[in-house]
Design a protein around this ligand. Sequence first.
Ligand SMILES: Nc1ncnc2c1ncn2[C@@H]1O[C@H](COP(=O)(O)OP(=O)(O)O)[C@@H](O)[C@H]1O
Ligand SMILES: [Mg+2]
Length: 388
Amino acid sequence: MRRVTGEFDRCATTEEVVRAFVPYPLPPRDPPLALDGRVGELLVTANARLRELELAGDLVPSIEWFVYAFVRKEAILSAQIEGTQATLMDLLAVEASSEAPVGADVEEVCGYLAAVGYAWDQLVAPDGLPISMRLLSQTHRRLLQGARGAHKQPGEVRRSQNWIGGTRPGNAAFVPPPPHRLPELLSEFERAIHDDSDLPPLIRVGCLHVQFETLHPYLDGNGRLGRLLITLLLRHWGLLTRPLLYLSLYLKRYRSEYYRRLSAVRSDGDWEGWLEFFLEGVAQVAEETVDTARALHAVVEQGRKRLLGNDDVTVLSLRLFELLPKNPILSVNRAMELLSCSRPAAAKALDALESAEIMFPRDHHRRNRVLVFDEYLSYLRQDTELDG
Ligand SMILES: Nc1ncnc2c1ncn2[C@@H]1O[C@H](COP(=O)(O)OP(=O)(O)O)[C@@H](O)[C@H]1O
Ligand SMILES: [Mg+2]
């Protein structure tokens, strides 16, 4: 045991008395965090990789593509951690059809997109809400929009006892604080974000994520909101000015270690072990994200060259091409909408993209032809397919 990070509060449920964990406020103390050694080294690397990601964002000419694509990638991965079965292709296909999402899984991912869009706008707007429980609850409301979340008190801090793992609090892996303690605990949580601190911002981000999961303030969506909080805090402390880091890739890849590390903070006071894991992830994903951004950029450049050298190139096909990174799946209808042109003109533009081997048919129903920007999607899709 490295340190004690909280105390147990006996709470009675209808059938039994259980021990709910009530964490001490941040920052970790007794002893204070050990930032020399491995944590310190990983911190230097993670900060350097984040800076490279930030710079890569400054250098590419069409940053909004990457923001568009990477936010969707994070949305899918974060939802998949707890078993949502939607893929990036499902999401993009829904968006391409401009119809309402079918199925609770895709709907859930659309909720995440609404949530991140809302929270980000608040943070960057001069008169927007600062990071606070008010902002998080408003974000939660959007996250849990749709059928599945409707019964889980969207936008409201829980008023009942919950637990993680197991079928009842008595056999759960973890029982978060009783609801009557939450008002006080959540004010402390807000204070930990806004108080002066000597700790490096990235260390604070890592600690705040754990604290949020330990408090588990909502009936559902705590994992997704807690991961979204990481993105918001990176922005809040100026570490990344666009939501480009999809850390959920790493947390999904090492899901059991993720959960084990969260638990070890509570059971052993092992903040350093969590921070090593977290910083390693930030460095790894930031580096992979820069590589993916480069690869996507190259695919677009090469595609444009092929189109310009193709006999079927038209002004409309070039215009459509420039819209592909945000619309990598296209039907003739969608192309008509995007170009505000007639059906034959849209079909002709799509033909040119197909003949230049940029777009490929997704299925062969000629009547409802759907084309995909295959090479682009193959990079973006990495690690977002369902296993098995
Ligand atoms: N042992 C643990 N201790 C603390 N938090 C945990 C533990 N295991 C899992 N978690 C967190 O709880 C989340 C699941 O909570 P939940 O409210 O269902 O969120 P979501 O609906 O977004 O998946 C996980 O994604 C993880 O972040
Ligand atoms: Mg859940």
